[in-house]
Design a protein around this ligand. Structure first.
Ligand SMILES: [Zn+2]
Length: 300
């Protein structure tokens, strides 16, 4: 064995205990799995230190006990092990998260204020918003624009910015009722962002709604971009929210809303969660934000 291999093997034994089988030619070595062995001495954890991967043959899939060797060392090694492994870790497994691509607004995006009010496409877009109760104040507040060319032609675009003012998402809704796809949103993972988080006042009550258009009609709202609460949003609400949280999902999502209520109603948020039950075929946008009549008391 070369020095390098010897050092890695020694480090692995240091982390995982005695080796079971070791095929030096293949760089294959096995240990008792730190997750599932539980004193049975099965040696199910196999590591290939030439390929820098590991897998437990017993719990690999169920417990996610597999992946690049760096992950195993991050999980079970100490500081010294991690530092040492950095010297041998192949470059391509180091930052396995893909570099974030900077999101841009779609081609042809233009703000209403930058477009001639007599331009017919602008008028279509503007009239659509007006028909849904969205006027100049909201257009200004949310930086709403539209596209008159390119892949998003014929769509209203509502951008979302992170706390540093960096674009992190947008929704692009067609104003043509015949359009086959109502929305054409970016591939950016919507679970990893909070839509326009910078506009949220954490000292006040927060409304949780499904869609961006619903959010326009309630003060201090967060669109979940769907019916489910992301882990990020849960954690952020838990950490930052000082007021009540009002759940205002679409009328057809009552079960999701109740589930959400119970998810949130615990710990320091306990007793601060409120919920509305909208008519089955209505959402906050349809109701223009008039939801006061629909509050429901949930028994814990
Ligand atoms: Zn295992």
């Amino acid at each position: 064995m070369t020095d390098e291999r010897e050092i890695i093997v020694e480090m692995l034994c240091d982390i995982l205990g005695d080796e079971k089988l070791h095929y030096e030619n293949h760089g294959q070595i096995s240990f008792n799995c730190p997750v599932c062995d539980d004193g049975r001495n099965k040696g199910n954890l196999e590591i290939n230190y030439l390929q820098h991967v590991y897998k437990c043959w017993s719990c690999g899939d169920s417990e996610d006990t597999h992946g690049p060797l760096g992950k195993l060392i991050d999980l079970y090694g100490n500081k010294k092990h991690k530092k040492l492994y950095k010297l041998f870790q192949p470059e391509d497994t180091k930052n396995r998260e893909k570099p974030k691509q900077t999101l841009r607004l779609p081609e042809g995006f233009i703000l209403f204020k930058d477009s001639n009010p007599r331009y017919p496409v602008r008028q279509q877009a503007y009239n659509y918003l007006k028909s849904r109760g969205i006027g100049d104040d909201l257009i200004e507040k949310y930086g709403i624009g539209f596209c008159d060319k390119g892949s998003h032609i014929g769509r209203i675009v509502v951008p979302s910015y992170d706390l540093n003012g960096q674009l992190n998402y947008y929704i692009a809704r067609s104003w043509d009722p015949e359009s086959k796809s109502k929305y054409k949103n970016p591939k950016a993972e919507k679970d990893k962002i909070i839509f326009n988080e910078s506009l949220v006042e954490w000292k006040n009550d927060v409304y949780l709604v499904e869609g961006v258009f619903d959010g326009f009609f309630l003060p201090n709202s967060i669109p979940m971009l769907g019916k489910h609460l992301s882990e990020l949003l849960f954690n952020t609400l838990y950490e930052k929210c000082e007021g009540n949280i009002i759940i205002a999902l679409d009328g057809d999502a009552w079960e999701n809303a109740v589930k959400l209520y119970h998810e949130l109603n615990g710990g320091k948020l306990y007793g601060k969660i409120k919920i509305v039950k909208l008519p089955k075929d209505k959402d906050v946008c349809d109701l223009g934000g008039k939801i006061d009549d629909y509050y429901i008391q949930i028994k814990d």
